[in-house]
Design a protein around this ligand. Structure first.
Ligand code: DAH
Length: 354
């Protein structure tokens, strides 16, 4: 039996060496392993072998069968790998050193202007803070000297949530109280002035058109210390706006009413397009309304834990609420506010930082 198996092994090996595709492999497999195959013939011969040699012969045949089977398995994998390599060689030729054609993303214009402003304010010693988009009535109104049922609440058509006392932030001023409580202790202990800006997304129930959106961005800022006056406010606003527009801007203050500042102002800049002579962009007035601001109301400072009942004017401060979306429209010449929220990549990818 041993010799027969050896002869068959030689035959198998030489035939296997010639095989290079699946169909030839299958043919060979059948000729050895099928019911009419060579190994089955060996099995048949077992009956003619003397009983005392049967066991050994049977084991030899089985071992050979396993050997043949594993050679088939190996060959199958080999053929598949070869086929894949041939396919890759035929289809894929690429040059690793070529520049990628994959488009890179770009920053949203609001992000660009926000970052630019953050850099400018940081260079003037301001901290940059973040705040929630869902706020409560106290922070959005009461702490800002807007009591319940005060008509000033009508200035903002607010989205109230179904959870009691919660609403979508209608202005970034809602973070003022939090900032005062966070930085107040340092102001009192070490005399470090509070200087912080806090950009954020705001929501109001506006009818949407080219100038109004229900979702927009503001950047609020406060500075609180001893002896802070309107001159400090004007200085910081003028410096910041000159940086943003990369030219010296002329500003003016007009009275404006906001319950959380006293006095309150509208800050205008002289029209950058006509230089103040009057043009369609400034509705022929020569001025553009840019940023409401004012001296923080004593009640707001009290709510923030800055001043006490006994010493209600120890610290003073200014606050401003810059319309980031509006600023982005002016800086980039965007005429329709809806561009910012529509998510049209073609439109939004055109903006770059300075
Ligand atoms: N929060 C006001 C609004 O969204 C804007 C504002 C006005 C902010 C005066 C201020 C301020 O900080 O002093 O309408």
């Amino acid at each position: 039996m041993k010799e027969k198996i050896e002869v068959l092994r030689q035959k198998f090996q030489s035939q296997m060496a010639e095989v290079s595709d699946d169909s030839r492999l299958e043919e060979l497999r059948l000729s050895f392993m099928s019911k009419k195959g060579a190994i089955q013939d060996l099995m048949k011969e077992l009956s003619q072998i003397p009983n005392d040699q049967k066991k050994e012969a049977g084991q030899l045949i089985n071992a050979f069968k396993q050997e043949v089977q594993s050679k088939f398995d190996e060959k199958k994998v080999e053929i598949a790998a070869l086929a894949e390599k041939l396919l890759l060689d035929a289809t894929e030729s690429y040059d690793e050193s070529m520049p990628s054609a994959c488009p890179t993303g770009s920053y949203h214009p609001i992000t660009l202007i926000q970052r630019e402003l953050e850099d400018i304010f940081e260079s003037m010693g301001f901290d940059v803070e973040d705040y929630n988009e869902i706020v409560d009535d106290y922070h959005c109104f009461e702490a800002l000297n807007i009591p319940k049922f005060h008509p000033a609440r009508d200035m903002q058509d607010t989205y109230y949530l179904s959870t009691p006392n919660q609403l979508l932030k209608s202005h970034t001023s809602a973070a003022q109280n939090h900032i005062m409580k966070k930085y107040g202790p340092k102001l009192k202990e070490s005399g470090r002035p509070i200087r912080a800006v806090f950009p954020g997304r705001c929501f109001r129930n506006e009818a949407i058109d080219a100038c109004h959106e229900n979702t927009f961005f503001q950047m609020e800022g406060v500075m609180i210390d001893k002896d802070i006056s309107i001159s400090n406010l004007i200085y910081f606003m003028k410096t910041m706006l000159s940086e943003v527009f990369e030219k010296d801007v002329t500003v003016r203050l007009r009275p404006g009413f906001f319950p959380f500042v006293e006095p309150g102002f509208e800050l205008d800049i002289q029209c950058l397009i006509c230089g103040g002579d009057g043009c369609p962009s400034c509705k022929n007035s020569g001025w553009l309304e840019l940023c409401p601001c004012g001296m923080i109301h004593p009640n707001v400072l009290k709510h923030g834990g800055i001043n006490t009942e006994e010493n209600p004017f120890e610290y003073t401060g200014f606050a401003f609420g810059l319309g980031l979306t509006r600023l982005a429209m002016m800086k980039y010449g965007v005429k329709d506010i809806r561009v910012f929220n529509e998510g049209d990549i073609n439109a939004l990818s055109q903006f770059t930082s300075k």
